[in-house]
Ligand binder design. Sequence first.
Ligand SMILES: [Zn+2]
Length: 241
Amino acid sequence: MRYHKIEELLKNNQDWVAQKLALNPNYFNELSSGQKPPFLYIGCSDSRLPLTNFTCTEPGELFVHRNIANQVSLTDINFLAVLEYAISHLQVEHIIVCGHYDCGGIKAALESRTTGIIDNWVNPIRELYLQNQYEIDILPTRGERLNRLAEINVLAQVKNLYQTSIMRQALHNQNAPMVHGWVLDIHTGLIKDLNVATVQWQLYPGCLLEQSPLFSVAHFQPTDEVTGCCCEEAEHVIRNS
Ligand SMILES: [Zn+2]
């Protein structure tokens, strides 16, 4: 590691400011005028994963929430506040859920080490492993098993995102951002887009469907014969699409 002293970080900050001002004397005036980031990034707290570096983005371009193993928790008031602010106030166009290979949170979930509170936090990943144990266990190496679980974890967190009341309301209002599931390969620095198909979860809001353009996309035409609740109709669409 290059730096261990706080003074070194402060000196770096002063140098960076000088570089920015040399390129654009108004840089910080413009930066302080407000933020309108197009992206919300939900990632792992791992110190190797500042997505700004990996995507060459500047301050003001990524709104960020990070926690161990990039969890989308429906009971995490911190995350929910970030999500609501990103969608309702910043009106981000894209949400990126980004996991990574060689993730310590994934390892903590799978290995029987006791690490304290983290055990509680990563327990949903342990559940994910149990739900997908057959697919994971047949992989030949420990690294491949951990990495596959990292991918499955991203898929699960994208799905969780669509279960939040905030996203469901955004779908109802037809202003939901596009959601992307990524995994960053620490060994290459490259991002892998998992191309997560989200339509199935966008349909899930059930009773809100009648207001959604996706309803017509699914080619479901309600008739007078249909007497059930529209939640039942939504299940019909999902089962037959
Ligand atoms: Zn991680």
